[in-house]
Design a protein around this ligand. Sequence first.
Ligand SMILES: N[C@@H](CCC(=O)N[C@@H](CS)C(=O)NCC(=O)O)C(=O)O
Length: 336
Amino acid sequence: MKTTLGMACMLALCATGTARAATLDIVKERGVLQCGVSQGVAGFSAPDDQGNWTGFDVDFCRAVAAAVLGDPQKVKFVPLSTKERFTALQSGEVDLLSRQTTWTLSRDVDMGMSFVGVTYYDGQAFMTRKDLGVKSARELDGASVCTETGTTTEQNMADYFGANGIKYSVITFERPDQTIQAFSTGRCDVYTTDASALYAQRLALTDPDNYVVLPEVISKEPLGPAVRQGDDQWFKIVRWTLFALIEAEEIGITKDSVASLMEKGTATQKRFLGVDGEAGKELGLDMKWAGQAVAAVGNYGEMFERNLGTSSALKIDRGLNNLWNKGGLIYSPPAR
Ligand SMILES: N[C@@H](CCC(=O)N[C@@H](CS)C(=O)NCC(=O)O)C(=O)O
């Protein structure tokens, strides 16, 4: 019995082949979080001319750095293609993947990685030129379709078009700039990927108003951060950083109110901010970790609005990404 249990534990520890040092220790010793992001998608993760990264996925990396290292600037952003992203996590090149990645069964169980939760509930959609006069994805028979390789997109499209008896040809690319370039020069009639990415990519077109995103959403794409499998402490730190951002929105803590609420907040707010109580002590972080994350990037709603929301260039409605008590699916277990 003892032997069997020992073996099971060893296997769990060695899920990726070799035992590793704890990620928290590696990150603290390095003093920098290495975070895998996309190579440039507006609203999610894109560098400006000076190499400063901004976006929703970027902010999540910063929140984790703030929780763990007390400083949201202590992040090295590692741009990863759709193909590279999983090996970069498995090999230890990044500590965290925060990169428009859909949580699926096969990725969660076969690839040495674990999804910590959902940051954005998305779905796959289609964009076409308005002058094609297409009103529905069901009218796409004979279309040529551009998309990115190594994504959930190709399989979804094959399933959807197959089920609807639609013939199509596909051209795949490794970089989003290649895909949008091919699409804008007419190499394909349609661009398909996550709806949020289509709204982002449409901004890269010189004449965005000449394009339309069709109404059909053909898949579930719950996008979320992932960590290497087999390090429970790191998994919980990243997962609870996400929950903390969500809980902060629910209990009314914002980027600018963290400091004052530490003194004047309600009992719930003070507990969350680590002023009273010891919730989360065993995570191995400073007791103020949750407040540090929110002070860095704001709560979930602020993060969404700034990067993706109606006041941003993308103008995406909260929709499913609203809090559970406002008609959406965003929900944190109680942070106490
Ligand atoms: N959510 C899908 C698609 C993810 C994806 O990578 N989509 C493209 C859409 S533009 C992208 O983000 N590319 C960015 C890049 O390759 O840097 C998946 O996880 O497979």
